[in-house]
Design a protein around this ligand. Sequence first.
Ligand SMILES: Cc1ncc(COP(=O)(O)O)c(C=O)c1O
Length: 358
Amino acid sequence: MPRAQSSRQSRRRPGAHPGCGVFAARRPFSAEVNMSVPVLSFDQVIDRLISMRQPYFTKYLAAYSSWYGGIITDPTLMMLPLDDHMVHRGDGVFEVFKCTDWNIYALARHLDRMKRSMAASFLEPPVDEKRLIEIVCATVRAGNSGNCLVRLFVSRGPGSFSANPFESVGSQLFVVAVAHEPAAPEKYEKGVKLVTTDIPIKTEYFATIKNCNYLPNVLMKKKALDRGADYSVSLDEKGFLAEGSTENIGIVSKKGELLIPRFSRILRGITVTRAMELARKLTGAQLTSTAEADITPEQACDAAEILIFGTSFIIFPVVEYDGNRIGNGRPGPVFRRLLELMAEDQAKNREMLTPVKL
Ligand SMILES: Cc1ncc(COP(=O)(O)O)c(C=O)c1O
């Protein structure tokens, strides 16, 4: 018996079957094992893709790909070319917006932010804005559901595997409509937990655009979940609150000020921006003022309320921050009123809605 295999056998956990549990997917590197790697035919790949359909595919309603030149509804084919620079360098930008009852909310604002992200990344828009809106609406219609999240990507495009942006055939557009399930009611009723993360904040240039380099954001989410929290918030170089992994944060001080971190250092969230506009209606009642500000973690701990903002869920109340109870430990009045105002805006404000059906 070759040495490699005998030493591997001696390291096996007592009672552990070599083909079960965490070891099941791993194959020993041994000359005795048939290590041949199949070279697949076109048809074999298609058969394989069909056999690999996953339960979550039912959420993937429709996708447009400029690479394919149209819309597809079979998630099996919702793929990117491996040599697209968005895959191997994160060289692309994206947006996510919500469609409710066949109306897209704040589309113009999302597309403006996308334009800023493309300009900062020196990405050529793959189509003009009118065509982009046509493609977005056609993709949602093809998905056959008026309630979805639309994810829009502009990539540098395929061509070579280098970091050189000039070695691409040109920017590409990908749009995918994904079924949107509302967040669990208990997150609104009981609130969520927030922790401070030590993942370093992105530099100003990259934090203020929505580009596809989201590793810091991914690690922030991981840290939150590892610590038994729902969300995490980063701090800037001066120790002030910045943002969540894919959310904005705000506090309501005990004096009734609604304060959010300065947009010069974080992504200008579409949700929090609209919420701040609507919050002005609450000044003189639940609020005394609204402003961007430098917010310390101590101020946040001492706040009457902490709020989290994002496209998919709109607003969640934070009831625990770094293990400290916030306010009375229950969702507060500003959260409730602001959520009502936002929900009304999203359902009824024609100026903010783009109908998807002609
Ligand atoms: C880093 C970051 N901050 C904030 C947000 C919230 O922005 P919006 O309200 O536009 O969803 C997002 C959204 O994905 C984000 O990625």
